[in-house]
Ligand binder design. Structure first.
Ligand code: UDP
Length: 318
């Protein structure tokens, strides 16, 4: 599929873009990305929960827009894309795409890397994948609890491993922030955000039986097997209601430009406030010196720690 054809298939559901494609197209696209695409092409999943949560975070919203492939992970999104935009696609669950990508990687000899989840989950998932795809080259893996100070070393390790496809399993939006922060240094071809998929492969979290999946009832199975997810699943009826309202022309979903502008304004305000605090601190230090006293700050430029707190943008903002 050409880039233009894919661009034509990108539609918006309540302001969140999604590519109206099926598994075959998603795979062809991913294969093209590995062979001819730009470095670090990003694949993310879109489901009703994300459609509801992403616009609440302007940074994440922008990041999602820039993804190279946005798969319709939930049946709700497939339905909404059809209902609102007439876009025909079928569900491409992120967990299924990940395993299809492993099968593709095995066939083509693309090394993969698994980053995320608890150590025992990561280890078990790697073993299960190796069993399922004996020819798959798992170039490396790391659990999702690498200390911040070791992040550069992790990126170096991924780069040195010759990985073509990197799976990031930190949950959302942690994985998106990690990808954004390290993408420019990652010498891999494709990065897929896979949330809790390694837990399902390792068997620590059960996926719905095939029959439930075929009936598009995976969400109900998850809800019944883990009622703590209720708060998250409450988003589903709200999502359905908003889609219907949108179709009736009564949609009141967030205006992206307004939301992003508001976030940038808030950021600038925070920064100004920070600068004012710095000026105050410097003045304070000056008068303390003049009075013969001394401030023993441990922050930058001798400014007491904490004075600069919260002054800058989000550390992982691009
Ligand atoms: N996780 C991680 N590091 C963290 C926090 C979470 O590796 O600092 C992992 C966690 O062990 C789990 C996954 O991220 O494997 C979160 O899965 P969840 O189902 O919440 O993600 P979702 O698919 O809903 O985005």
């Amino acid at each position: 599929m050409t880039m233009e054809a894919l661009a034509r298939r990108r539609v918006e559901v309540l302001g969140v873009p999604v590519d109206a494609i099926d598994m075959g197209e998603a795979l062809r696209r991913a294969d093209w990305m590995v062979q001819s695409g730009p470095m670090a092409s990003c694949i993310l999943a879109v489901n009703p929960e994300k459609v509801m949560s992403v616009p609440r975070d302007p940074w994440l919203w922008q990041f999602v827009r820039q993804a190279n492939l946005l798969i319709p992970d939930g049946i709700g999104v497939v339905w909404a894309a059809r209902f609102l935009r007439g876009a025909v696609s079928s569900r491409v669950p992120g967990a299924d795409l990940m395993q299809e990508l492993c099968a593709l990687a095995e066939r083509r000899g693309y090394p993969i890397f698994l980053y995320g989840a608890k150590e025992e989950v990561s280890e078990a998932a790697a073993a299960r994948l190796q069993e399922r795809f004996p020819g798959l080259k798992i170039a490396g893996r790391a659990n999702g609890y690498v200390p911040e100070g070791e992040m550069d070393a992790l990126v170096d390790r991924i780069n040195a491993s010759g990985t073509k496809i990197l799976f990031v399993a930190l949950g959302s939006p942690r994985q998106e922030r990690w990808i954004a922060e390290h993408r420019s240094r990652l010498q891999v071809k494709v990065i897929q955000g896979i949330g809790g998929t390694l837990d399902t492969i390792a068997g620590t979290v059960k996926r719905a039986p095939r029959i439930w999946q075929r009936m598009n009832l995976e969400w109900l199975y998850r809800l019944l097997s883990d009622p703590r997810r209720l708060a998250r699943q409450v988003a589903l009826p709200v999502f359905a209601g908003r889609v219907v309202l949108d179709r009736m022309g009564l949609g009141a979903h967030r205006d992206e430009t307004r939301t992003v502008r508001a976030a940038l304004r808030a950021d600038a305000r925070r920064r100004k406030l920070g600068e004012a605090r710095v000026k105050d601190a410097v003045a304070l230090r000056g008068s303390a010196k003049m009075a013969g006293g001394e401030l023993h700050g441990d922050g930058p430029h001798g400014i007491p720690a904490g004075v600069l707190g919260g002054a800058g943008p989000h550390p992982s903002s691009p």
